[in-house]
Design a binder for this molecule. Structure first.
Ligand SMILES: Nc1nc2c(ncn2[C@@H]2O[C@H](COP(=O)(O)OP(=O)(O)O)[C@@H](O)[C@H]2O)c(=O)[nH]1
Ligand SMILES: [Mg+2]
Length: 286
């Protein structure tokens, strides 16, 4: 029997730990068991019960205070994650050998972990060897995505994780509950983006011709390959949380031995054909 994992990624403050605790609570309400492993050695607070906590293995503060290492916060984190990668047997011991379990890994936010350091890829490979089916869940804060140039950089961050990890990935826009109805309408175009029309956005007035050309090329590439979509995540909306979970379950075929379930709102590929109208309809009516 396979085991299931979500690697919860995204910049610092994007809502990873909150996402994990929301999912754990949601799982309880639908009679499922989801557990969380904290993989952020610099984590200060989170409100979920942990199955394992990397801080028991190594803590950033200890690394920074070590006179022979003298690392700053970023170097300290990289050191911790490399140490972790050399000690996966610690994780194996914590996880045990439970079949059919479902675990969220609350990852650190440093972008270099997903762009050019090998540790996250090594973790994915290790989990796969332990028979986990792994889905990447990349979170971005909706507060920062209401303008097109910020959106493009969010897309690039999500994309670099997707390309470097080579696993199915679901991208999520968090903190939707903080948006006004007007911003919600505004952000709708970013969930299922038409990158070409984004180029025409007035906010994206680029003075440099070369830079404009580069941005056009990036937008074109993303659009042509339909590479990035976002699902809205509102922690106060139980039905919306369920839709997100269904998409992720679908991508790792969770429960396929039990019964085959397609994500509720999509008719074809869950990642390319999402109908958000219903979601926004609810919000506007609220
Ligand atoms: N209103 C609201 N706040 C959120 C949500 N998700 C996260 N936050 C807040 O954003 C901050 C950072 O969240 P956290 O989960 O710690 O982010 P992390 O660094 O990615 O783990 C905290 O103050 C959270 O309370 C959300 O969905 N709605
Ligand atoms: Mg966190």
């Amino acid at each position: 029997m396979p085991r299931y994992a979500q690697l919860v990624m995204g910049p610092a403050g994007s809502g990873k730990s909150t996402y994990c605790s929301t999912m754990v609570q949601h799982a309880e309400t639908i009679n499922r068991s989801i557990q969380v492993v904290n993989l952020d050695p610099a984590a200060e607070h989170f409100s979920y019960p942990v199955m394992a906590d990397i801080r028991e293995l190594i803590e950033v503060d200890d690394v920074m205070e070590d006179d022979s290492l003298r690392f700053g916060p970023n170097g300290g984190l990289v050191f911790c994650m490399e140490y972790f990668a050399n000690n996966f047997d610690w994780l194996e011991e914590c996880l045990g050998h439970v079949e059919d379990d479902y675990i969220l890994f609350d990852c650190p936010g440093q972008i270099e972990l997903y762009t050019h350091l090998p540790v996250m890829k090594q973790l994915v490979e290790q989990l796969q060897q332990w028979e986990f089916r792994v889905c990447g869940v990349f979170l971005v804060d909706s507060q920062f995505m209401v303008e097109s140039f910020k959106f493009i950089s969010g897309v690039m961050a999500a994309l670099s994780a997707m390309v470097s990890l080579e696993i199915p990935q679901v991208n999520i826009m968090t903190k939707m509950d903080l948006l006004s109805n007007k911003s919600k309408k505004e952000i709708e175009k970013y969930l299922d983006p038409d990158m070409y029309s984004m180029m025409e956005d007035k906010a994206l007035t680029l003075r440099s011709k070369k830079f404009k050309k580069l941005t056009e090329a990036i937008c074109g590439l993303i659009d042509d390959y339909s590479m990035v979509r976002f699902l809205p995540f509102d922690r106060t909306d139980e039905e919306g949380i369920n839709i997100v979970l269904q998409h992720i379950d679908f991508s790792i075929q969770y429960g396929e031995d039990l019964e085959f379930k397609e994500p509720k709102e999509s008719e074809e590929d869950p990642l390319t054909n999402t109908n958000y109208d219903e979601f926004f309809q609810d919000k506007v009516e609220d």
